[in-house]
Design a protein around this ligand. Sequence first.
Ligand code: CMC
Length: 429
Amino acid sequence: MSKDSLTITDNRTGKSYDVPIAFGTINAMDLRQIRANSDDFGLMSYDPGLANTAATKSTITFVDGEQGILRYRGYGIEQLAERSSYLETAYLIIFGCLPTRSELQVWETEVGRHAMLHLNIQRLIETFRYNAHPMSVFISAMSSLSTLYPESREVTDPTNRRLQVERMIAKVATIGAFCYRHNQGWPFNYPDDSLSYVGNFLRMMFRMTETHYQPHPVLEHALNALWILHADHEQNAGTNAMRVIGSTHADPYSALAGAAAALYGPLHGAANEAVLRMLEQIGTVRNVPGFIDRVKKGEGRLMGFGHRVYKNYDPRCRIIKRIADEIFEVTGRNPLLDVALELERIALQDDYFMSRKLYPNVDFYSGLIYRAMNVPASLFTVLFAIPRTCGWVAQWMELLNDPEQKLSRPRQIYLGEDCRDYVPIEDRR
Ligand code: CMC
């Protein structure tokens, strides 16, 4: 018997089974051979929220929740946030290695070339009410791209895939900025490929009457770093949605819209918006202890705290705090920062949060940064979805290239009614 195995004794039958262990996991299908009798379907595992199930092997992002480590393709986020550009990091995440100078140049040119939006999509964005939530508009516009690029359904063709990847990375920024401009009732600013990816986004967002808009270098640098921190985070809910939809071989725009829809929930990417609304509701430092007491009584959550994987600290949060200081130097200090700092100070000493290993996560301070940059709270999740797109497409490509992957189709434990006869409506009570 191999040492790398698990011996399971089924006490219903007294039989023992040896199941191989590889990469710290057992193969769930190996459980199927364990049956109570010949009619038995076989043993399954039950894992709501997939909290202890590896659904894929991946070489993209490494997260160690205990140590607080996050690496893309082996490179620590600290170095990337300090030294890389968002597009360079996106290349690394998608293609697996840092680009050479000429590879980077081609990549930047290609992404820049696709940043323009077809007029149909612009008009689609304009049809939404001025106060439509930008995330709903963003999701709709993303899925509509598949109507313009029907060849994107050829998901097994690598050349076609690369073209769609360039389009997706390019167009999410334009769509995100246009969602904002529509909300504000301002005309759209078309992309400018003389600027960096992040600089161009700031221009599309904020250019008013200036002929030569130049993004503030500190804001551009800070947003670049912030977007690198958001670029991928292995198998979270949005990425899982991308993979589930991708496993059906649907076109990537539909899959991307599904991933963005998952991100839109307040337990996931919309937590940044929820944090800001929470801070505004608390209002002043004086109200913090009362708010913490209500959270401890179960009357709501401390948004921006806690993480499924990080149980010591979120390494992104430490860098984001530094970015926040750089931004506030330029924009002035937001009084809500004091409320956030006080929340963090009290929570990190409180047994309720300590015993549950609840620490600030990536969303706790990012909203304050965006607010300082004059971005409305309703747009925060869009500013999460734009940089996360490179992670989603990398995971989608990995899925399609992985011979072990199949159509995603989980099992259930059926606890409903047994077979019963149809009851005519006049006989029902
Ligand atoms: N405030 C108060 N209590 C909390 C919080 C919180 N933010 N998070 C977890 N708890 C409590 C929870 O009530 C439970 O307590 P008990 O054991 O007494 O029932 C315990 O901690 C475990 O919580 P859980 O919901 O089982 O843990 P989880 O790993 O499923 O939840 C989470 C992770 C992120 C959904 C959760 O911590 C949460 O809701 N946080 C607030 C929302 C948030 O900030 N989300 C952004 C996540 S990071 C960005 C991203 O990746 O999208």
